[in-house]
Unconditional design. Sequence first.
Length: 224
Amino acid sequence: MSESISLTSPIDGFKFDVLHQLPTSARRGGVIIVQEVFGIDAYVTADVARWSSLGFEVLAPSMFDRQERGFVASHDAEGLQTGLKYARENGEDNPISDIQACIDTLRAKGPVYIVGYCYGGTVAWRAASRATGLSAVSSYYGSGVAASASLEPYCPVICHFGAKDPYIPALESKTAINAVHPDVPVYVYENSGHGFNNEGSDSDPLDVRLARQRTLALFERYPG
């Protein structure tokens, strides 16, 4: 059963809300889920429950609490516009600091991993080089990953992109990342578009399953 807790960001002492769920089976580590620009919506909540069922303690921070506490938007043009506005206002340092607070909450109990989607995919990539205490990171369709390819991850990272994504050029992103980090696996899913983990109309069920299997395998490969 999930609950809302409060954590304090080390950068400015700001208290932000986090959706928290304990594992429903033997604990295998901690997973931080980083949202899309739409907030802690039904898709994030479902992902929290899924990772909990796999044996992970899960934290999903509400990334835009500094802009609007408890922000959740519909997946439409208005929601996207507001979410992107909040992402710009939040900058690059606040998200990493909030992620660090999540890591610090979990890491005394075992390995800590991140999986991030869209906006969260970019945050996850940046956290792999700027936060401390992570064991592995899985970044899904982060629009800013290619532009941040020069960052040097200190932990293993994998990236996922949909070939049919109208917002993020998958092959160009793969090329940009692997030009700097040839050993980072960058997976392109030919039958899926943006946000395919949400299992919507732009998702191929086989792609969804494969990306999740690869993410779980990564986490299992690095048990701290």
